[in-house]
Design a protein around this ligand. Structure first.
Ligand code: SF4
Ligand code: SF4
Length: 311
């Protein structure tokens, strides 16, 4: 079973990346702020570098030119040109990332104040205005840091931006209501597995809190107080099974949801895991390749047969 960290997260997250010009994370052209740290531990996570809350170091062997600069500055003797860091020795001082000319070694996560994040995102305001876009908080899991992310969202709204939260749904409802809800226009909430046991096995926690939060979110959606879109990641043999997809479709119908977005599986996380020091091997053939259009259409069909519109 996957086990997420049980340690309490710090108040402020590290920022994994601020990525502009996204067309996949909400309406219009969007800038996505990726928060580092997630309370789930999904086996197929497509952003594995966002799972851990703390600082990490990535090494891309394909970029390394074996210049030896990293070895020269590493006080721990933890890095070998061409092979990268020995993570059991590395103190994460990040000195090597400052001298690596090929950017083969890079820090994963950096501390930023909410004001620094807002100023960075605000440079893209002309694109938001021209396209009906805005800013999306993603991760990792932004709700793991409700005070920080609530402050971010409040400042985004004060600058006239449309705000969207992408969430795994596993959060404290009271913290969400207190800090985030008032400053959020749209929530994309994932629903992955209907079986609590399967959810615990593949994601590290039961789905009970997620299903409870999704129900509350959809109640707000029906009242017109919040725009909410449930999303289902299609993971071959895990979430993309007839039993699970039909159970999710029936559940969404019971909650009077009319629309669902399906997220086709992609295998790029294997390469990312390798850069973080893991082995990166695909556990099966179907998890080692992109899901093709025919497969996606097949899974959409189960939702559409049950009257749901799929995006
Ligand atoms: S400094 Fe960068 S490019 Fe040079 S040997 Fe180290 S990892 Fe490779
Ligand atoms: S982060 Fe610091 S300790 Fe780790 S390999 Fe780089 S220089 Fe060495």
């Amino acid at each position: 079973m996957n086990s997420p960290s049980t340690a309490a997260p710090p108040d402020a997250p590290l920022i994994l990346e601020i990525k502009g010009a996204s067309l996949d994370d909400g309406p219009g052209i969007r800038t996505v702020v990726f928060i580092k740290g997630c309370p789930l531990s999904c086996t197929w996570c497509h952003n594995p570098e966002s799972k851990a809350v703390g600082q990490e170091l990535s090494f891309d062997a394909g970029k390394c030119i074996r210049c030896g600069e990293c070895l020269r500055v590493c006080g721990e003797g933890a890095v070998t040109p061409g092979q990268g860091p020995d993570r059991s020795l590395c103190s994460l001082c990040l000195a090597c990332t400052e001298v690596c000319p090929a950017k083969a070694l890079e820090p994963v996560g950096r501390a930023m104040t909410p004001e620094e994040v807002v100023e960075t995102v605000a440079r893209d305001l002309p694109f938001f205005d021209a396209s009906g876009g805005g800013v999306t908080l993603s991760g990792g899991e932004p709700t793991l840091f409700p005070t920080f992310c609530g402050d971010l969202l409040r400042q985004f709204k004060a600058r006239g931006m449309h705000t969207l939260l992408e969430t795994c749904g596993h959060f404290s409802w009271s913290a969400f209501e207190s800090h985030i809800l008032d400053h959020t226009d749209t929530v994309y909430c994932d629903i992955k597995l209907m079986s609590p046991e399967a959810h615990r096995h593949h994601c590290g926690v039961s789905n009970s809190n997620i299903l409870s939060n999704l129900e509350k979110l959809l109640t707000l959606h029906r009242s017109g107080a919040l725009d909410v879109l449930p999303r289902v990641p299609l993971v071959p043999g895990i979430t993309a099974t007839v039993e699970n997809i039909t159970a999710i479709a029936d559940h969404l119908n019971a909650l009077d949801a009319h629309t669902v977005q399906v997220l086709p599986y992609n295998p790029l996380w294997h390469g990312k895991i390798k850069k973080m020091g893991g082995h990166g091997a695909a556990p099966s053939e179907s998890l080692g390749r992109f899901m093709d259009n025919g497969e996606v259409k097949h899974w959409r069909g189960y939702f559409e047969e049950r009257g749901l519109t799929t995006l």
